[in-house]
Design a protein around this ligand. Structure first.
Ligand code: UT7
Length: 321
């Protein structure tokens, strides 16, 4: 018994902010951003929220998988940027879908969130606890972005991606996941709920702060290690892998991972040029894009790998259904 992805969906805001627009806010330019990150634009919420994007991506994933909301018995939303604390975002998705039988909860693991949501749902399906799961990554990082900090505001974007998983016959691959709270200082954002005084909203502590070089070095070391480990653990050769779908943070990180794994760049699809870093939504949005343009085919083995705040990182193997 395993969990098989049978439908995907995504939602990205229609408002597109290109690098030239960012250059009107902070001292930067299109050439620097493209060269150092690969990002050309990002989609930013106007009327949307983390909840509304999660709902839309979820509806699209159910429609794509031809799964009725009544069949869904687990909804997990990975987010660090919801517009609400209570109820959890997953319960709001349940309400919108009318998925009355679902157990719902949110998961917070930043840019590793979608990989962990996948692993969590997989464990429930493998164990026979649930039969149909909906996993969603939805983020409005623009709300946590300090638009006066050029070292971070160029990176992030908003959006949501979702996948429906059904229990079915097949092999379950064991994931590889790690956390290192001791290195948490590299990427932080304090809770706004701790604010006694709204004037402190100006305080940089309440926005994403990052030691970019430390995170970069961590990612290019730990991601290839995790990918190699997940292959070894499951006795899968790298030649068997069709796609490595990495969290979309920086083109140079993806290139460095490919190099360290000694695998061709063609196996590393990217869409960060259009969306920037959408944290836990990034892998799900890319999976949806690749399913819709038919790059994903039945039987392909795919590695998904996430990394980010915590620090957290991990990799899983998916056999496409
Ligand atoms: O989701 C996971 C979390 N995040 C990540 O994966 C991010 C990982 N880190 C990175 O992607 C890169 O470290 C950044 C893209 C954030 C920065 O690139 P970098 O090559 O590490 O640049 P840097 O921080 O070393 O800065 C180099 C120079 C500095 O100037 P000096 O000191 O050499 O004169 C910065 O002040 O570039 C300057 N700089 C900029 N210049 C133009 C920093 N940000 C900008 C900017 N535009 N936006």
């Amino acid at each position: 018994m395993t969990g098989i992805i049978c439908g995907t969906g995504s939602y990205t805001p229609s408002y597109v902010m290109d690098n030239n627009e960012i250059a009107t806010m902070v001292e930067t330019n299109d050439e620097w951003i493209k060269e150092r990150t690969g990002v050309a634009a990002r989609h930013i919420i106007k009327d949307e929220t983390t909840v509304s994007m999660a709902c839309e991506a979820a509806k699209r994933a159910l429609a794509d998988g031809r799964v009725d909301a009544g069949e869904v018995d687990l909804i997990i939303v990975s987010t660090i940027s919801s517009n609400i604390i209570l109820p959890c975002t997953a319960c709001e998705v349940q309400k919108e879908l009318g998925a009355k039988g679902a157990t719902c909860f949110d998961l917070s693991a930043a840019c590793s969130g979608f990989v962990l949501a996948y692993n969590t749902a997989l464990a429930y399906l493998f164990g026979g606890v649930y039969k149909t799961a909906l996993i969603i990554g939805s983020e409005s990082l623009s709300n946590l972005t300090n638009w006066e900090d050029r070292s971070t505001c160029i990176l992030f974007g908003d959006g949501a991606g979702a996948a429906v998983m059904k229990a079915g016959e097949g092999r379950t691959y064991l994931p590889v996941t790690y956390s290192d709270g001791m290195k948490g200082k590299a990427l932080t954002c304090s809770s706004r709920h701790a604010l006694a005084d709204t004037c402190r909203m100006k305080d940089p502590e309440y926005y994403i702060q990052m030691d970019g070089q430390a995170v970069f070095k961590f990612a290019v070391k730990k991601v290839p290690e995790a990918v190699s480990e997940v292959l070894e653990k499951n006795h899968v050769e790298k030649e068997e892998i069709t796609w490595y779908i990495l969290h979309q943070a920086n083109r140079r990180i993806v290139e460095a991972v490919a190099k360290r794994l000694d695998e061709p760049m063609e196996k590393f699809p990217m869409n960060l040029q259009e969306y920037g870093n959408t944290s836990s939504a990034s892998i799900a949005i890319l999976l949806d894009e690749m399913k819709k343009d038919k790059r994903l085919k039945s039987g392909q083995k795919i590695v998904i790998a996430g990394f980010g705040a915590g620090l957290t990182w991990g990799a899983s193997i998916i056999e496409w259904g």
